[in-house]
Design a protein around this ligand. Structure first.
Ligand code: GLU
Length: 511
């Protein structure tokens, strides 16, 4: 049972693009805060800027929430591809709340806290131009503040286009407490008579945002710090209505390695791109949680429950959080190794399919596309196991193990010779190796067994490890760098190993 049901937080995304890392961090912190306090987590869609609306962005957001397992209590959700809404404070999509904003703007006009402005775009452009020349900050000069009631009625009758502006109090100190930043002070002389309702009749972000936060009984606002400059305006709006403002907490900026605000170029790309690049959902979420928060300990890997349990705004940092891709790789590696072999294989298979190494024939049957052989899930599991402890992103798997798929490897025979060895010794070593492989029965063809036999052979013939193990590894993998030779041999199995070794020996002898 909820113990603190009056805690209500929301995310208020605008459907203007795909969900980015910064968005996901805001979502996650609101989610963790709500769940930690048994509060209510709400999704509200701020879609009043019709010019920036991107079709599909809302669906992307809802899918991302579902994919990430960040469940919420109120707001829009996808119901068989259709958008439905849940909760008692709806609608949760601002474009469906226009009558509510209409009603509230009337209240502000009646209280003389807002006014009609009929200034044309040309006048505003000229004004801005002049201010720029005079080295002044761009600001509406308040011309329409002084229109008489009659003038306003007259213009409205003539259907003159208008906006409604906030009547900014003059020379007033606005102070609010940000839970993360501390007290923030702004003087209203630095603020504009900002627009509340636009010419198209839609509310601006500021206006719709505070009305909804109030009506939806939001207690805490956690959002990116790019919104901090808007907050004094919001505080004044709350005051104008005589409403209590929620608690504000502005989350630290996400910075690139050069400590600059992260941009698209630095990897602030959509969450989808990260998934495609082979990061696991839980690893990505763990990493994102650490962008500005930790529990005050050295712990870096958290389960979802641990995060919920330990999350607190007290431990959210003021300073910008550096987006360290190296660390994400590291965390992802930890999560990859935490998967069972079956789970790891299941995660790898889509990458092998898109690299055209295998095709999925359903029922756990696959085809090796390079040899046309039928293979099973377990075969793929063996192949993938070669790299489970090595790769850090799933999309590395295809390159890492593609050498296991072909029947024969294209091989530069000189690569078979270890740098401290020579051709004759290598040929001899390959012959010894062939003998061992031939006599090892299929059911004993394991990494351990082969290692034992091969090491004996090395001692017995007074060879160096490099004389034997290097050409074995190159013959089996075709690469200078790969997993160890015994491991590969065990995974490839007797037939493939024999073929590859014979092929290598032939190539080198003919050299
Ligand atoms: N619509 C704003 C956004 O796109 C919401 C900011 C806020 O949380 O107030 O992020």
């Amino acid at each position: 049972m909820p113990t603190n049901t009056n805690i209500r937080v929301r995310i208020a995304p605008s459907p203007t693009g795909y969900v980015h890392i910064g968005n996901l961090r805001t979502i996650l912190y609101n989610y963790l805060f709500a769940r930690h306090q048994d509060g209510t987590f709400i999704v509200r869609i701020e879609d009043t800027d019709r010019t920036r609306f991107v079709p599909g962005a809302l669906e992307d957001l809802l899918q991302t929430l579902e994919w990430a397992g960040l469940d919420y209590d109120e707001g829009p959700y996808l119901d068989n591809g259709k958008i439905n809404q849940k909760g008692d404070y709806g609608p949760y999509v601002q474009s469906e709340r226009l009558d509510i904003y209409q009603k509230h703007i009337k209240t502000l006009l009646a209280k003389n806290k807002a006014y009609y402005c009929f200034c044309s775009k040309e006048r505003l452009d000229d004004l801005r131009e002049q201010q720029k020349k005079d080295n002044l900050p761009p600001k509406y000069d308040g011309l329409c503040r002084h229109l008489s009631k009659d003038e306003v009625t007259q213009k409205l009758k003539q259907k003159a286009p208008f906006v409604i502006r906030f009547k900014m109090p003059e020379e007033k100190e606005v102070v609010f407490e940000d839970t993360i930043r501390g007290a923030i002070k702004v003087n209203t002389k630095d603020l504009d008579d900002f627009v509340l309702v636009k010419t198209d009749g839609f509310p601006t972000y500021h206006f719709a945002n505070i009305i909804d936060d109030h009506l939806m009984k939001i207690t805490h606002i956690m959002r990116g710090d790019e919104w901090i400059a808007s907050t004094p305006k919001h505080v004044l709006l709350y005051e104008s209505f005589g409403w209590q403002a929620p608690v504000f907490a502005h989350l630290p900026q996400i910075l690139n390695n050069n400590k600059k605000k992260m941009s698209k170029r630095d990897g602030d790309v959509s969450v989808k791109d990260f998934i495609q690049a082979g990061f696991l959902k839980d690893a990505l979420i763990n990493f994102i949680a650490l962008l500005g928060w930790n529990a005050g300990t050295e712990q870096e890997v958290y389960t979802r429950d641990e995060m919920i349990k330990q999350f607190s705004l007290d431990n959210v940092h003021k300073k910008g959080a550096v987006f360290d891709l190296e660390k994400l790789d590291w965390i992802n590696g930890v999560y990859l190794r935490g998967l069972s072999d079956d789970q790891f294989t299941t995660e790898c298979i889509p990458y092998l399919i898109s690299a055209e190494l295998v095709t999925d024939e359903s029922d756990n049957k696959y085809t090796n596309r390079l040899t046309k052989e039928k293979i099973t899930f377990n075969d793929i599991k063996r192949y993938c196991s070669l790299e489970k402890n090595r790769i850090r992103r799933l999309n590395e798997i295809s390159d890492a193990i593609k050498f296991v798929f072909p029947a024969k490897l294209d091989l530069d025979p000189t690569m078979l010779i270890f740098k401290k060895s020579d051709k004759d010794t290598t040929i001899q070593a390959l012959q010894y190796l062939l003998e061992i492989l031939i006599k090892t029965p299929e059911d004993h063809f394991t990494a351990d067994q082969l290692e034992k036999e091969i090491r004996n052979m090395i001692d017995h013939n007074n060879l160096q490890n490099g004389d034997v193990l290097w050409p074995l590894r190159v013959a089996l993998s075709g690469r200078e760098k790969s997993p160890g030779p015994f491991e590969i041999a065990g995974v490839l199995g007797k037939t493939k190993c024999l073929n590859r070794l014979k092929h290598a020996l032939l190539n080198l002898s003919q050299q």
